[in-house]
Design a protein around this ligand. Structure first.
Ligand code: KG4
Ligand code: ZN
Length: 384
C-alpha cells in the first residue's frame, strides 16, 4: 500500500511516499522536507503570511520531485482534457492560489494517475494560513485522480514518529508499545500530556496554560540575542554544572496538584534578569541557558512522573520538536529506566516536522478504518 503524505502546518513543506509492506513494515520511497527557517530567522519567529507564500511556491515542485524519486511520474500518451465541471471544482478548492491551480491542471492533462493508494495530509493543529496550502493541494489530487484522502492530526504524527525503527537500509518497522501509555507532546505550539486510549482515542490530562515549552525556548533565546529557532541555540549554551550557577529561575506549577504547565513566568523572570544585567556576555548566557534547562527539565519530569504513577503508565512517548533536546532526552532516559518505564523518543531527524510521521499516522487510521470522511477545512486548534 503506497501513501503519499503532505505536511505544511508550520515552516516546513514536507512530502513523503511510503510503501507499506504489512501492518508494521514499510519502505521509504521518498521523504522530502523544504525548511523555511532561514527565511523566518530575520523575523525572530514564524511569520504566517510568509510561511503561506513559501508553501505555495514549494508544494508543486516537491510533488514532482517526490514522484520522480519514487519513479511514479508517468506521462500520458495523449493529453487528457479536463472537463469544465472538474475545472470549476478545482477553482473552488484553490480559491486565490491561481499558480497551483494552473500547475495541477497542466499536470492532470499531461501525466497519468500516480500509482498511489492513499493521500494523507495534516489538517491541524498549526498555522491555518500554512495548513490550507497542503490541505488544498491534497484535496485537488484526491479529487482529480480519485485517491482517498486521510486527514491527519499533526500531533498524532509526532506520536507515531517515535515508533519508527530502522531495520535495514531502507526498511523500517513501527514498534509496538505496552499500555497504559502516556504521550508528552512538546513543540513550538504544544505542551501537553495525553493518555493513549484504544481505537485512536486520547485523553488530555494536562497542558500549558500559556506558552508552549518550545515557545519559551524561542522567546528566551531571543532575549539574549540568539537566532530563531532558539531551542538548539539554548541547548548548545547549556553546559554549566548546577553548583556553579548563580541564577535562580522559578519552577512554575511544580507543586500544583494537576498536570498543567506554565512557561510564560519563566520568560518574565528572564526579562528581569536581562534588564538587570549590565553586560550580556557569554558567561551570563551560559548560566542562563543552563538554569533555564534545569527549570524546564525539572518541571516536565516531575509532572510527567506524577502522571505515570497516577495512571500506572507502562510506556512514555515523547514527541514534538523540543524532544530533540539533549538534556531532556538524557534526563527522561534516566527517569524512565529508574522507574521501569518503556520510553519512546524519535530519532533526532524525525523529531521536527516531517511528512513521514503523517503517512504513518494516516496508515494506522486506514488500518482501523477510523479516519474523518468529510473534512473540508483545516483547524488550527485541532485537538487529539
Ligand atoms: O514540532 P516542531 O518542529 O514544530 C511545531 O509543531 O511547533 O517544534 C518546533 C520547536 C521550536 O520551538 C524549537 O525551538 C524547538 O522545537 N526545538 C528545540 C530543539 N530543537 C527544536 N527545543 C529545545 N532543544 C532543541 N534541541
Ligand atoms: Zn510539530
Amino acid at each position: 500500500m503506497k501513501i503519499l503524505s503532505i505536511e505544511t502546518s508550520c515552516d516546513e513543506t514536507a512530502m513523503s511516499i511510503i510503501n507499506f509492506k504489512s501492518k508494521t513494515k514499510f519502505h521509504i520511497i521518498s521523504d522530502l522536507v523544504v525548511s523555511q527557517i532561514d527565511i523566518h530567522k530575520k523575523y525572530g519567529g514564524v511569520y504566517p503570511k510568509l510561511a503561506k507564500r513559501e508553501h505555495i511556491s514549494n508544494i508543486f515542485p516537491i510533488f514532482i520531485a517526490s514522484l520522480k524519486k519514487a519513479k511514479l511520474l508517468k506521462k500520458r500518451k495523449i493529453n487528457k482534457k479536463i472537463s469544465e465541471k472538474e475545472k470549476k471544482k478545482l477553482k473552488k478548492i484553490f480559491n486565490y492560489d491561481k499558480n497551483n491551480l494552473e500547475l495541477i491542471i497542466d499536470f492532470y492533462t499531461k501525466y497519468k494517475k500516480p500509482n498511489i493508494n492513499y493521500l494523507s495530509v495534516t489538517y491541524g493543529p498549526g498555522l491555518e494560513m500554512a495548513l490550507w496550502t497542503g490541505f488544498n493541494f491534497a484535496r485537488a489530487i484526491s479529487f482529480l485522480f480519485h485517491i482517498t484522502l486521510i486527514p491527519v492530526n499533526h500531533m498524532e504524527g509526532h506520536i507515531f514518529s517515535t515508533l519508527i525503527k530502522k531495520e535495514k537500509r531502507n526498511q523500517f518497522k513501527i514498534s509496538k508499545f505496552q499500555k497504559p501509555a502516556l504521550a508528552l507532546l512538546i513543540s513550538g505550539g504544544h505542551t501537553e500530556l495525553q493518555l493513549i486510549k484504544n481505537n485512536g482515542k486520547y485523553q488530555k490530562i494536562g497542558g500549558t496554560l500559556d506558552d508552549a515549552v518550545g515557545e519559551a525556548y524561542d522567546k528566551v533565546a531571543r532575549l539574549i540575542g540568539l537566532e530563531y529557532p532558539g531551542g538548539p541555540q539554548i541547548s548548545k549554551l547549556s553546559v554549566m554544572k548546577k553548583e556553579k550557577i548563580n541564577i535562580q529561575l522559578p519552577r512554575p506549577m511544580l507543586h500544583k496538584d494537576n498536570f498543567n504547565f506554565s512557561f510564560s513566568g519563566l520568560k518574565t523572570s528572564v526579562i528581569y534578569l536581562v534588564k538587570a544585567q549590565k553586560k550580556i556576555n557569554l558567561k551570563f548566557k551560559k548560566e542562563l541557558a543552563s538554569e533555564f534547562e534545569n527549570a524546564v527539565s525539572e518541571v516536565l519530569i516531575k509532572k510527567t512522573l506524577k502522571a505515570i504513577k497516577k495512571y500506572n503508565i507502562k510506556t512514555l512517548i515523547i514527541g514534538g520538536g523540543v524532544s530533540a533536546n539533549d538534556r531532556l532526552r538524557a534526563d527522561f532516559k534516566n527517569t524512565c529506566s529508574q522507574n521501569n518505564i518503556d520510553l519512546f523518543l524519535s530519532e533526532k531527524k524525525y523529531t521536527g516536522d516531517n511528512a513521514l510521521m503523517i503517512a504513518i499516522a494516516g496508515h494506522q487510521r486506514i488500518l482501523n478504518n477510523n479516519f474523518p470522511k468529510k473534512i473540508n477545512k483545516v483547524n488550527g486548534n485541532l485537538n487529539l
